[in-house]
Ligand binder design. Structure first.
Ligand code: DHB
Length: 304
């Protein structure tokens, strides 16, 4: 009998449709291993660049109603140092997707090649960090740049390339179409929503960078809408991301058009158990509704 929870995203086989989102816990081989053991179907690393970067000054995260606002400033040890650490662990038994960022299409391609040489399963291009200068959403808001970056990366690699999009645009489906035209194998939607918080007593912006990205339950309806709009415009699979913390959230994203879902902020509130809770809930839902596979609910809301 086929396992109702297995999915295939651009040739990548996942035991279940849940994934660790970029940015949370994907800091080392050891943490990725723990997330995989907790039940994630795949894991995405923190965004890595060509060189190490120390990030912004503290505070870099603030809790607000409905989620977290973060502006870390892309701190990372550089792609090679990070992946050497992951290679030494070698115990992650689910696909590893490396999130990468760069300041030019050429550097995106260079980092992509370095990552794949070190044996990772897929790449996720971060063209959506809402506050970094010269990278992230500054690329991801321009369909021509997105297409160019994806094309350049795809020219040099033979593994699946996901493109993570920013919701901070007028027409996200247009950006998704540009990524598809460039050769993307899947779309991840969405990255954080541009946001800020101010301390009322001191009248000071709380984050060191002042502006950050909102994640968590507050952005779920925005993310569901984005997935729904993208599903109508592209043929490649969509990976839903944004405020997913329960199986109902996951099913909602899949009915909107997502083939898999990513969870990040919910780990801070629910712990690593969230992956198993979501997967068990999806399985019970499929059985209750008489579906033989989770694939049958993808995009279902578009019929209504
Ligand atoms: C950071 C934040 C993001 O939302 C993102 O996509 C990448 C990096 C950060 O501040 O490090």
């Amino acid at each position: 009998m086929v396992n109702p929870l297995t999915v295939e995203i651009a040739g990548l086989k996942l035991a279940n449709p849940t994934m660790l989102a970029a940015g949370i816990l994907g800091m080392s081989g050891l943490t990725l291993e723990r997330v995989a053991e907790a039940g994630a179907g795949a894991v995405v690393t923190k965004s890595l660049g060509l060189k190490s970067r120390s990030g912004y000054t503290n505070p870099t995260v603030v809790q607000v109603e409905g989620g977290l606002i973060n502006a870390m400033g892309l701190p990372n040890p550089g792609i090679e140092y990070f992946l050497q650490g992951v290679q030494q662990t070698r115990e992650v038994k689910v696909p590893i997707i490396v999130s990468i960022y760069a300041f030019s299409p050429e550097d995106f391609a260079l980092i992509a090649k370095k990552a794949l040489k070190m044996g990772v399963d897929a790449l996720e291009l971060n063209v959506s960090c809402p506050h970094a200068e010269g990278t992230g959403a500054e690329i991801g808001q321009d369909p021509r740049l997105v297409e160019e970056v994806v094309k350049e990366v795809k020219r040099g690699v033979d593994k699946p390339v996901f493109v993570k999009l920013t919701p901070n645009v007028v027409n996200i489906a247009e950006i998704a179409k540009a990524a598809e035209k460039g050769g993307a194998d899947a779309i991840t939607a969405i990255n954080t929503v541009k946001a800020m918080a101010i301390d009322v007593e001191t009248a000071k912006p709380i984050l060191g960078n002042k502006i950050g990205g909102l994640s968590g339950p507050a952005i779920k309806p925005i993310a569901v809408r984005c997935v729904y709009e993208i599903y109508d415009e592209v043929k490649i699979p969509i990976i839903g991301c944004g405020g997913i913390s329960t199986w109902q959230d996951a099913v909602e994203f899949m009915e909107a058009g997502a083939s898999a879902v990513q969870t990040g902020t919910a780990i801070a509130t629910k712990g690593l158990n969230v992956f198993k809770q979501v997967t068990d809930g999806i399985e019970a839902f499929l059985e209750k509704k008489g579906f033989g596979s989770v694939k049958e609910i993808v995009g279902l809301s578009h019929q209504n």
